[in-house]
Design a protein around this ligand. Sequence first.
Ligand code: GLU
Length: 337
Amino acid sequence: MNHSTTRVFLTILFLAVSITLPAQKIKKSDYQQAVDNAYENYKSLKEGKNADYIKELANVDPDIYGIALVTTDGKMYTAGDLDSRVSMQSISKVFTLAQVIEEQGPRAIFDKIGVDATGMRFNSIIAIEMNQGMEINPLVNPGAIATTSLIAGVDSAAKWQNILQTHNDFAGTELEVNVPVYISEANDNLRNQAIAHLLKAYNRMYFDPVQATDLYTKQCALNVNANELAIMAATLANGGKNPITGKTVVSPQTTTYTLSVMSTAGLYDDSGQWLYAVGLPAKSGVGGGIIAVSPGNFGVAVISPPLNEVGNSVKAQKAIYDIVRDLGLHPYRIDPK
Ligand code: GLU
């Protein structure tokens, strides 16, 4: 490295450090300030574009922008739009996964699905083919549809009740399906159906592939606002016990494994970058939501529909990054003794 290269390198490093570790750390109790700052910092940002491969998602108001943070002792800090609901999309994969781990134990996911990141796009067929249906992470489409196929229930209706009840318990309220989004995707999800059938060919689909894809599509269409999503995330942060309703939804052991998978594959192809910058288990959805979990501390959710090129909400990523940075809660930030 010559002298000028060294200088450039140090400048980049310095900037990175000064962005990540603010000189004046906000006290952990200043949650409202962190949420307000993140809201103000990005409320006028106009980057990204709504998903449109599910046609109905292109019609969602791109200016929806809401932040909610719920602590494990049930305090709620919010900013922006808390009324508008968007479909959960991929965020639902987390809660169906948690329920399957709860029902069958962590070994079942390890053996029947796999927990390594595929390194491929979220709806990749090559990823299935390369591993003959094995090692398909539960938070990308093939693994998620296979996970949905594992959910307990004698038939499709019973399985749906199970999925819905799980999501309701995590949210502490009764969620509803966004019917136009569900119909829009159900009419157009040939690729997901192909994924389910290919998995079936490899004996890695555990229910009828057409019905499993339909259940998966419906769970993705569950409608949530920022508050509801944050409570779902906070339930994970609190070891599976909803901090608002007090109900134990899943066990601490289930929560541990669910959060681990979120760390490997929560933000599509940018999961590594996310872990590097923010460090928290998280999950995004093409509806525009992102949840992140600070274990033992809080769950945070941001909704803003415009996405970047890999499918993550632009504002939600930035807002959560700022909140975690300002609270000094990157889990790998260690103050030496
Ligand atoms: N229902 C969407 C799909 O299967 C979910 C995608 C996502 O949010 O990543 O394409």
